[in-house]
Design a protein around this ligand. Structure first.
Ligand code: GRG
Length: 305
């Protein structure tokens, strides 16, 4: 019981730390006063678990990172994640009116402003990440490597590619196979989690072999995270999730749950998470430890939102 309270408290403290960093890097809507900038800030400040920046910073610490160079990248990954949600909620995509317990950006500001706010956040993410070059003690090669991972995993070979495959599947009259579903989850969901953890590792100076183990662990965490998302869409409530449940069924979506049933989906989710935890703990043999990181991944297995 004490452990659960403790991890919740540690997550709360780290969430606040991420939010302080976000506030420092978001554009000032009093200086650049426009609906688009206000909508960008509204979307990021609407809340959210801040999981990606947290995983990034904790992977950075795992490999001994302790400088501020990680901070612009933590803000950048949350901006990219938020832009994807802003665009995903649009009438042309999922047509959702609530997220994180608040009106979605298009429902609050109108479609045109929401499209631009998403574009603005994507661009601003790279403007922000580029600031890492001027952080004290920044290693130019590591920052360049991190930027390249960010661009690749968010782009057509990553998250956008996954969204594209998802939309193509929705428009197809053929039944979606498990391997097609895994392709969508790998790109749409796991790619940003991989970017987060790989960037943390690269900026801390981890070697190529370690970065590829992190890429694998983050893949498993990403797929497990998405399976839990599919489960919660069936089992949770509007109050808990901050958005309507049952949206997969409403949109006739094939998910891990519809293909395998809740029990099997839940079993595989745990198996993937535990394997990823094993990969992370094995770094202990090389002297790299971060107990909070493994506890954070464990907490995702039973997450309720
Ligand atoms: C529009 C280019 C483009 C991409 C959209 C991310 C995405 C792709 C769509 C959002 C819908 C969805 C189910 C995505 C899968 C990833 C996921 C579970 C996102 C929600 O992430 P959380 O739970 O959200 O971390 P919070 O609100 O906590 O930040």
């Amino acid at each position: 019981m004490d452990n659960i309270v403790d991890i919740k408290e540690q997550i709360r403290e780290r969430t606040e730390a991420v939010e302080r960093i976000l506030r420092a890097y978001l554009p000032d809507d009093k200086v650049l006063s426009s609906d688009v900038v206000r909508a960008m800030n509204y979307s990021v400040n609407a809340g959210g678990k801040r999981l990606r920046p947290m995983l990034m910073s904790e992977t950075y610490k795992l490999f001994g990172g302790n400088k501020t160079v990680i901070e612009p990248f933590m803000a950048a990954i949350e901006m990219i994640h938020t832009y994807s949600l802003v665009h995903d909620d649009l009438p042309a995509m999922d047509n959702d009116e609530y997220r994180r317990g608040k009106k979605t950006t298009w429902a609050q500001y109108g479609e045109a402003v929401a499209i631009l706010a998403g574009d603005g956040l994507l661009n601003y993410a790279f403007e922000t990440a580029l600031k890492a070059f001027s952080c004290e003690g920044a290693d130019v090669q590591r920052v360049a490597g991190a930027l390249s991972i960010l661009a690749d995993k968010a782009g057509i070979n990553g998250m956008i590619g996954g969204q594209d495959a998802d939309i193509a599947a929705e428009h197809s009259d053929k039944a979606l196979t498990l391997s097609q579903l895994l392709y969508i989850h790998e790109h749409k969901t796991a790619a940003l989690i991989q970017a987060s953890m790989m960037i943390g590792a690269v900026l801390a100076g981890a070697d190529d072999r370690a970065v590829s183990v992190i890429e694998r662990a983050a893949y498993e965490i990403g797929i497990a995270f998405q399976i839990q998302d599919d489960i919660l869409d069936v089992t949770s409530t509007f109050e808990e999730l901050g958005k309507p449940i049952g949206s997969d069924e409403k949109n006739n979506k094939v998910t891990y749950v519809t293909l395998k049933g809740i029990d099997e989906a839940s079993r595989e989710q745990k198996e993937l998470s535990n394997h990823a935890i094993g990969l992370l703990e094995a770094f202990g043999e090389q002297g790299f430890h971060n107990a909070f990181l493994t506890d954070l991944v464990k907490s995702l297995i039973t997450r309720l939102k």
